[in-house]
Design a protein around this ligand. Sequence first.
Ligand code: FE2
Ligand code: FE2
Length: 287
Amino acid sequence: MTALAPRKVPTRRISFEASLQDLPKHFAADGDLITSHLTASLSSVFPDGEDFFVRSVRHFRDQITDPELKRQVAGFIGQEAMHGREHRAFNDRLDELGYPTKRYERITKWGLELRERVAPAKSNLAATAALEHFTATLAELLLTSEETRDLFGHPEVRNLFVWHALEESEHKAVAFDVYKAVGGSERMRVFTMNALRYGFVATMVVQVVFSLLADRATYRRGNLRRSWRNFRRSPIVRRELWEQLRDYNRPDFHPDDRDTTELVEQWRAELFGDQGTLNAKLVTAAA
Ligand SMILES: [Fe+2]
Ligand SMILES: [Fe+2]
């Protein structure tokens, strides 16, 4: 293995909770139904998903000898722990508004704990590496496309997701590099991604459908149809995104093949530079 590129993976202690108190039920741009429910569904799987990522990487911590990778793993764990905490707070607020976020959290936790009981640790690490490619792909879309960022509507929901996207980009190769460093096979890596690519999308579809069915606004005349029309034009259902996910199957794939260094630098400055727009939300900052 060639020497690992140094990367900054800082743990930022931040809180969005206070500004989410005035969140309306359909917080997405134009009160859009499907985008609000999809955002809630995505957020529901994050906290327990990220706990799982942390456990599956931590399991191999002692086998990592490269001090640079060791340092990145510590940063990765710190960042994912904060994401879990902030998304849980967001999910609590969504639950008050009538979204089934807490039920989805419980199902995610149950499913992942079951996976850990039956699957080998290396397969769980392969799942983490694959899902980190999902988050990195979505993060890159968010950080490059204003149209996508605007879909969130409420400014604090947008802040939460943009902060999360920046950190997903900062640590996008960590789980992958750990998987390689502990001798994870190509076969398991690709097999796991193939299963997850469909599994993750199917889970989201089912969650959003049930979430919509339980919302009275879905049955209001023309509401769902209008939202569906918008959704079909949305950047998240474009073919390029699916292709970018599939790129993971390439035999010599590495997350750094897509160079997002400049993008990360730009957003670090924008959010946490001298005039950073999110500095006021930092509780304490440790690099
Ligand atoms: Fe995360
Ligand atoms: Fe992540």
